[in-house]
Design a protein around this ligand. Structure first.
Ligand code: HEC
Length: 194
């Protein structure tokens, strides 16, 4: 059967005559204020956004890069204050403290003898980020993307230098410490399967 109420469904018509079916009817209420307000807000946002993004050239990427550059500048100043050679080379007391730090913190990922677990071995000849004192210091202070956390904030530079002074001693028995002047890495192993 063709619904007799069809013409009444046209939105702009007054709805008074529309019959209620099963207690459900269509009213012709005014659009709520909050709805119109949020609709207008999206238009205002779009205009402001176009002005910023298209006319003024603002981008979130640019904002990010500016923040990274600012952080880099601060980090560079902090780095410049640091000695580039470990001040605790061979300092027995400092090395003992460094050993505590190493076993408490680093050993969880690098193993107590630094031969590697979740983190890579620190006593083999392979270095992803270099093994000069300055490079090792930067690795530990600022962390590395492959899962090495930054320890600078928690340990401070003194403890990091001491932990690195201890790290050198782990290979010192049969060779100059890793990162020490005169350390000669053993020849690389042949690639697997050759
Ligand atoms: C949560 C686990 C974890 C802890 C704790 C940790 N490391 Fe690491 N470390 C890693 C991982 C994973 C990498 C490899 C990072 C990469 O390849 O980008 C790494 C890399 C390194 C490297 C660079 C090795 C290379 O080949 O260049 C050094 C040096 C290092 N860690 C020293 C330390 C020291 C010192 C401590 C203690 C203060 C420490 N790590 C604590 C996980 C850890």
């Amino acid at each position: 059967m063709k619904p007799t109420t069809a013409p009444e469904e046209i939105a702009e018509r007054p709805m008074q005559a529309a019959p209620h079916n099963d207690g459900i009817g269509e009213e012709d209420n005014a659009i709520p204020f909050w709805f119109n307000a949020s609709f207008l807000a999206t238009i205002v946002f779009a205009i402001v956004y176009v002005i910023y993004y298209v006319v003024m050239g603002w981008t979130s990427r640019g904002q990010y890069e500016a923040e990274v550059a600012a952080a880099e500048a601060i980090a560079a100043v902090a780095r410049a204050d640091q000695p580039s050679v470990n001040p605790y080379h061979g300092d027995t007391a400092a090395i003992a403290e460094g050993q505590q730090v190493f076993t408490q913190i680093c050993a969880a990922c690098h193993k107590p003898d630094a031969s590697g677990l979740v983190g890579p071995s620190l006593v083999d000849p392979y270095w992803k980020y270099g093994h000069t004192d300055a490079e090792l210091f930067q690795t530990v202070m600022e962390g590395r993307p492959g899962g090495m956390p930054a320890w600078g904030a928690q340990l401070g530079s003194e403890k990091v230098w001491r932990a690195l002074a201890y790290l050198e001693t782990l290979t010192a028995a049969d060779s100059p410490g890793v990162g020490a002047p005169g350390y000669v890495p053993p020849p690389p192993a042949p690639p697997p399967g050759s």
